[in-house]
Write a protein of this length. Structure first.
Length: 551
């Protein structure tokens, strides 16, 4: 038993030594401005060994500028803050400080940091401001922290913005430290060019293995890799194939397991959708809700005008990524973009849930006015300027009412191309055809019944009265009453609702007290009017039949 325990101890020590370094670069504050910590650049070192280290044997290189350390004993698992001499007093409140009279500037955009013991490279970090998780943190006041202190290779995925309330953790454990974290290695883009695929990874090339053509598989051998090489200018891998990828077709790139930094990684499969470069207005902004109900959320709806599917991967709504994964919008279809999918479903009963895509965040769309922009990786695809005055003046409360596009063919910012959605349709049409859409307006207003008889007996046949309308202008307001043949009011079904160009109103044959109307002859009465004073009245008769009266 003692022998087994002794062997286990030896194995644990060996594992610790295999994954541990001596002194490591643990935290970088390159842009301290606008933060809660002192306005001082700093680099934090950590002794990740089990023995005391004298920094006198070390030196730091920042963008090829060498900084020699004084004699300083750094205890095991302890931290030391490096900074310019004039910032030492400000940072000493947070931990032990070693300062330098000639401190190399840590440029905000990025720099190469190298830590040497004598002439042996101990640690190296090529940080970039793009490693920050948000643009706000990128703009200053937040440090970059190392996640797994035991991970030898400094992949950029092993670094991230501090989540500490002050913006950093100088002199102490990192706020995001996780010794069990294993950085992910994955393909982030794959672009088809003639008989080749240009592949980019999420980690630096220097850490990747020397790939061979046998490491890759395209659609289970449908296309066969012929050669593999690096494009030094674009820092991407070029995989040559025996044929071209078919347009508008989905392919899967599978990569075998690769050994990096002593660890075996399985790179996830990557889906590539080969498509021509989208043109301006191939996809248009079709509907915008910028003033939602209290329980609701903003949304933007897109429409694919083309006859081909379009992949929205790496597209942007404003400055926000729509999807980092494959997201195909079929031809002549709609897609709703929102940051709160469940709220859209809950506050818009008519929404088509399978056509709602949840983004991490949505740009801010003020209630008074704003601009909605849509970008493909190649550039601007559509933009819409909106303001609250575009709503119909007859709508007393536009909260929860979207602005809808009338024509896919007309310019997005053509006057009158965006108007209030019909309140009869619920004030919005997320995921389906707009209530005010038209490319061929009618010459006259029409109101008509699907059938002049209705039998509300839940047998699946004519259970509801259907009143259809087709109008010449989406700006009409709508009133609809139901009367008995003697003129008694049964139900004021629609009261001052905006109509849109066309639609269908259903009545379940119940009065305003929710009592079922008896069999007999009835009259529907419709009034439509516009803000310019135009007004029309439509009337028609129909019959309610109950099963007990059919024989």
């Amino acid at each position: 038993m003692k022998i087994k325990f002794y062997m286990l101890c030896i194995w644990l020590v060996a594992m610790i030594n295999a994954y541990s370094q001596d002194v490591i670069i643990n935290e970088i504050m390159a842009n301290p401005k606008n933060g809660q910590l002192p306005d001082v650049e700093y680099i934090e070192l950590m002794n990740n060994s089990s023995s005391v280290q004298n920094l006198a044997t070390f030196y730091l290189v920042v963008n090829k500028k060498k900084v020699q350390f004084p004699s300083y004993l750094l205890a095991p698992q302890q931290y030391v803050i490096l900074c310019a001499q004039d910032g030492a007093d400000k940072l000493s409140a947070y931990g032990n400080v070693v300062s330098f009279p000639s401190w190399p500037t840590l440029t905000n955009l990025g720099a190469t940091l190298q830590l040497y013991r004598k002439d042996s490279l101990v640690d190296e970090v090529l940080y970039q401001d793009s490693w920050h998780q948000t643009s706000a943190k990128k703009n200053g006041g937040w440090s970059l922290e190392r996640i797994n202190l035991n991970w030898k290779c400094n992949f950029k995925t092993n670094w991230s913005s501090s989540v500490a309330s002050k913006g950093g953790t100088p002199g102490g454990p990192n706020s995001i430290a996780n010794r069990g974290y294993l950085p992910k290695v994955e393909i982030i883009s794959a672009v088809s060019k003639e008989k080749a695929i240009h592949i980019s990874f999420n980690i630096e090339r220097k850490y990747l293995p020397p790939f061979e053509k046998k490491d890759f598989n395209i659609n289970q051998g449908e296309l066969i890799p012929q050669a593999v090489r690096w494009d030094d200018d674009a820092d991407c891998l070029i995989l040559s194939l025996n044929g071209e990828l078919n347009p508008q077709t989905t392919y899967t790139i599978a990569v075998g397991k690769v050994n990096m930094c002593g660890t075996l990684f399985q790179i996830p499969e990557y889906i590539i959708f080969n498509q021509p470069e989208p043109r301006y207005n191939d996809i248009v902004i079709n509907e915008v809700l910028f003033n939602p109900q209290k329980e609701g959320s903003d949304f933007v709806e897109l429409y694919n005008r083309t006859d081909l599917p379009i992949n929205l991967q790496n597209w942007k709504l404003g400055n926000r990524s729509i999807s980092e994964q494959l997201l195909v919008l079929p031809p002549k279809e709609f897609l709703v973009l929102t940051a709160e999918r469940e709220k859209i479903i809950n506050t818009h009963p008519n929404a088509l849930a399978d056509r709602i895509h949840e983004m991490t965040s949505l740009p801010t769309y003020p209630n008074q006015q704003g601009v909605v922009t849509l970008y493909s990786p190649a550039g601007l695809v559509d933009s819409v300027y909106y303001h609250a005055g575009m709503h119909s003046p007859l709508i007393k409360n536009p909260k929860g009412v979207s602005l809808e596009r009338q024509s896919y063919e007309e310019d997005s910012n053509l006057p009158e191309n965006f108007k209030s959605a019909a309140t009869i349709a619920g004030g919005s049409t997320p995921g389906f055809r707009n209530s005010i859409h038209t490319d061929n307006p009618n010459k006259k207003n029409e109101i008509f019944l699907t059938s002049k008889t209705v039998s509300p007996d839940n047998d699946g046949f004519e259970d509801e009265l259907e009143i259809n309308y087709i109008l010449t202008d989406p700006g009409y307001m709508f009133n609809l009453n139901i009367y008995t043949e003697k003129g008694s009011l049964v139900n004021r079904l629609i009261r001052q609702e905006s109509s849109g160009y066309n639609g269908k109103i259903k009545w379940d044959c119940k009065d305003e007290k929710l009592q079922k109307a008896p069999a007999g002859h009835y009259i529907y009465w419709v009034e439509i009017y516009r803000k310019n004073g135009d007004r029309e009245i439509f009337k028609g008769a129909f019959v309610i039949i109950h099963k007990s009266h059919q024989y």
